[in-house]
Design a protein around this ligand. Structure first.
Ligand SMILES: C[S@@+](CC[C@H](N)C(=O)[O-])C[C@H]1O[C@@H](n2cnc3c(N)ncnc32)[C@H](O)[C@@H]1O
Length: 284
């Protein structure tokens, strides 16, 4: 892999190591008390849960072998394991492994979560054994070069009937993207504030690369025979101009329902995020 990829990986590692270090699992344990309630609420108001758990994903997990890439705070790994899946989870940040150890000690999962330590591209996992490969806000942290290797690895690990599900941001409109960078959001200054933006950018763990739906379709060529892209967040994206709180939540719940009624081409153009589903891996 090139220098750019190595630098990007180091940046991600140190950023997320700090973010997850010493993270408490208390909230996760509360959510695990009633997984249905957690998912119902999260799917109603949050794009990532709304997208990832579409197509009845929750009810398709029991007894299935799943690997989650970039498991981060491990909330999703814990939810999938509590739903009866045999979960393998990897993250470049070792802090995620510590969270998994704590979860396994505190909760009686049918299958304890297995942490896959280190560089996932050097794992020793057998081919053709996983029902699902999952990434929640993961692929867009990779350079295009590294993403290609992860997609090939995903195809190698999946069973023939298996499915990869990635929730990722979407940039399908240059104009909307330009406007997005101008509006400051929590933790990220406006692009117009040049000095502050430069400092923010130096510490930002996202590489400069395409997040378009077209890119994610093209990226699967020669690796998967089937791709489905579901736009999520065409109206929800405007919640960023409503201050955080009750009104913001109400708007997001309304928006995630209402955007299903938008014609698909407009939905795709406006969307802020997407669920990418790859099926029929081409085994080499
Ligand atoms: C935006 S976070 C998402 C975390 C979690 N999936 C969630 O939904 O909250 C991206 C995660 O990808 C991980 N990551 C970035 N590059 C990686 C790599 N090359 N290999 C494994 N994990 C990586 C980061 O450490 C981080 O935990």
């Amino acid at each position: 892999m090139g220098n750019n990829t190595d630098e990007n990986r180091d940046k991600n590692r140190s950023h997320y190591e700090k973010l997850y270090e010493g993270q408490s699992i208390d909230n996760i344990l509360v959510w695990l008390r009633d997984v249905d309630k957690f998912l119902l609420r999260s799917q109603a108001k949050d794009t990532s849960w709304n997208a990832l758990y579409r197509q009845n994903f929750k009810d398709r997990l029991a007894g299935k072998r799943v690997v989650e890439l970039g498991c981060g705070d491990c909330v999703n790994a814990a939810i999938m394991a509590a739903l009866g899946a045999e979960v393998y989870a990897n993250d470049i940040a070792k802090a995620s492994g510590v969270i998994i150890d704590k979860l396994n000690a505190a909760y009686d999962f049918k299958f304890p979560i297995k942490y896959v330590e280190g560089d996932f591209l050097k794992n020793n996992l057998k081919s053709n054994q996983f029902d699902f490969v999952i990434g929640k806000a993961f692929l867009h942290h990779l350079t295009i070069e590294e993403e290609k290797e992860f997609l090939k690895e995903t195809a190698r690990l999946l069973k023939d009937q298996g499915e990869a599900r990635f929730f990722e941001p979407a940039v399908n409109s240059r104009i909307l993207d330009e406007i997005r960078w101008i509006i400051p959001v929590k933790g990220r200054p406006s692009k117009l504030n040049k000095n502050k933006f430069k400092i923010w950018k130096e510490n930002d763990p996202h590489p400069d690369r395409s997040f378009s739906s077209r890119h994610f379709t093209k990226a699967s060529k020669g690796i998967f025979n089937e791709v489905q892209i579901i736009p999520v967040g065409a109206l929800e994206r405007f919640s960023r101009i409503i201050p955080y709180g009750g009104l913001n939540t109400k708007y997001r719940i309304w928006a995630l329902n209402a955007e299903n009624k938008i014609p698909s081409r407009i939905n795709k153009y406006l969307t802020r995020s997407q669920l990418i589903i790859y099926k029929k891996p081409i085994q080499k």
